[in-house]
Write a protein that binds this ligand. Structure first.
Ligand code: FAD
Length: 401
């Protein structure tokens, strides 16, 4: 856990650990308020699509995996599926047909088309220990890391016809897991890709360990050993939580004018809507100060476009792999966070200032992308708060010895 104290610059960003730590309390407080607002807490998604990669998703029967939907009548009317499809009748034509399901292609991810699926109140679904584990959960993570294998699988995957991610020999997977991102032979983009995935994995693990269920007493508590084993004993995993936070902050900062112009009005009071905008403005200010990520250094050299297409295809596959997560609660947060990260990468790697101009491009993002982006940033900020708790627990344990 000594490894969990990080200082100095954060690789491939223009930020340092101290800066992120100095803003995180305020960021966390404002995001906590923001995700309570109706606009940011209702999310519609089809959680029960077929897994496109293997027949049995190993459903988790643990009560911790179960999830409760909210009735559509509780969702402000303008965000209901019917109202949205009336607003954008072309949306149905934009759907892409993929094995077993329909999605909308949105650069780095496959988005639900907002006409199917159930509603969830995200306030009621904490990301925490659910009991989903074993070979089924590991198979999902393994497939996700296999997507980091650039140059080997792109042909099959880019056609969208691949029935399953290409299988790699176990030795290769070990390389990808343990030190794949450190090899000098790997290009910057591939290292970034690995950091994004590994950072997400580490953030999910941090949530699991922070709200851990003691099965004997039935109590929820932070489990320091769990955090040490899964995250702190691999310091690079912790570093990637910071890395993803900066990437998300940078995307939010670039999207500032667009987010400020977005329609957050709900059926609540005018004060409610004003508060949403004011809280969002505070988050945008923090993002502007701390979101120091230089996206212009990526996808530059020879073959940049091919590499970017490959990167996008791989991340899109990760969003599809989420349909193979056998625990409803985990799948919901998996879908939200892969969509949030995909939205951030779309903003950073795909869109220029003209495209981001709300007057020129008011339909740039769907509401679900904005909700996913801010909730994902909230999850990472929450992970950094949890890391603080674990450091404190470590110091107390150290003092007691
Ligand atoms: P796993 O976390 O399954 O990891 C598998 C292997 O990957 C490890 O053995 C290690 O070699 C490697 N690894 C681990 N972490 C990293 C990292 N950060 N970077 C690189 N390599 C790494 N469980 C819950 O209780 N609650 C949830 O909300 C939840 N959400 C999930 C969401 C998704 C999308 C997935 C796929 C799983 C989720 N799970 C959740 C399950 C959870 O992530 C673990 O799989 C489970 O707790 C078993 O953990 P484990 O110790 O066997 O290792």
């Amino acid at each position: 856990c000594h490894n969990s104290i990080l200082t100095g610059p954060i690789e491939t960003t223009m930020c340092d650990y101290e800066t992120i730590e100095s803003v995180n309390d305020e960021l966390f407080a404002n995001l906590s308020d923001l995700v309570e607002k109706p606009f940011f807490r209702y999310f519609q998604v089809d959680l029960y699509r077929e897994c496109p990669f293997w027949p049995d998703d190993g459903s988790c029967n643990d009560p911790g995996c179960a999830i409760t939907t909210v009735d559509e009548s509780n969702v402000p009317e303008k965000w209901r599926a019917k109202a949205l499809s009336e607003l954008d009748p072309a949306s149905v034509d934009k759907r892409h047909s993929l094995p077993g399901c329909y999605y909308r292609d949105s650069d780095f991810c496959f988005l639900d088309d907002n006409t199917e699926g159930e509603y969830f109140d995200l306030r009621l679904v904490p990301e925490r220990y659910t009991g989903y584990s074993g070979k089924d959960a590991q198979r999902v993570w393994k497939s996700i890391y296999e997507e980091n294998c650039f140059g080997l699988s792109e042909l099959a995957l880019m056609t969208g016809k691949s029935p399953a991610p290409v299988s790699l020999p176990d030795t290769m997977i070990e390389v990808l897991h343990e030190d794949g991102e450190e090899s000098a032979a790997q290009c910057l983009e591939k290292r970034v890709y690995y950091k994004v995935i590994s950072g997400l994995h580490a953030s999910i693990s941090t949530h699991i360990c922070h709200e851990y269920l003691n099965q004997t007493t039935g109590e929820w508590h932070p489990n320091l050993n769990c955090f040490i084993t899964r995250v702190a004993s691999h310091p690079e995993r912790l570093q990637y939580i910071y890395f993803d936070t900066i990437l998300l902050l940078r995307a939010v900062s670039r999207l500032g004018p667009y987010l400020s112009a977005f329609d957050y009005c709900s059926t609540g009071t005018h004060e409610d809507d004003m508060e949403t905008l004011q809280t969002l403005t505070k988050v945008l200010n923090i993002a502007e100060d701390a979101g120091a990520f230089d996206e212009s250094i990526l996808f530059r050299g020879e073959n940049a476009n091919i590499l970017k297409e490959e990167f996008k295809t791989h991340f899109r596959n990760v969003t599809r792999i989420m349909d193979c997560v056998g625990c409803d609660k985990c799948r919901l947060w998996g879908k939200i966070q892969t969509t949030g990260l995909a939205t951030a990468m779309k903003i950073l790697f795909e869109l220029d200032e003209t495209a981001l101009d709300p007057r020129a491009n008011s339909d740039l993002l769907q509401r679900s992308e904005v909700v996913a982006l801010m909730n994902t940033l909230f999850r990472f900020s929450e992970s950094l708060k949890a890391v603080e708790t674990f450091r404190k627990l470590w110091r107390e344990m150290d003092d007691a010895e």
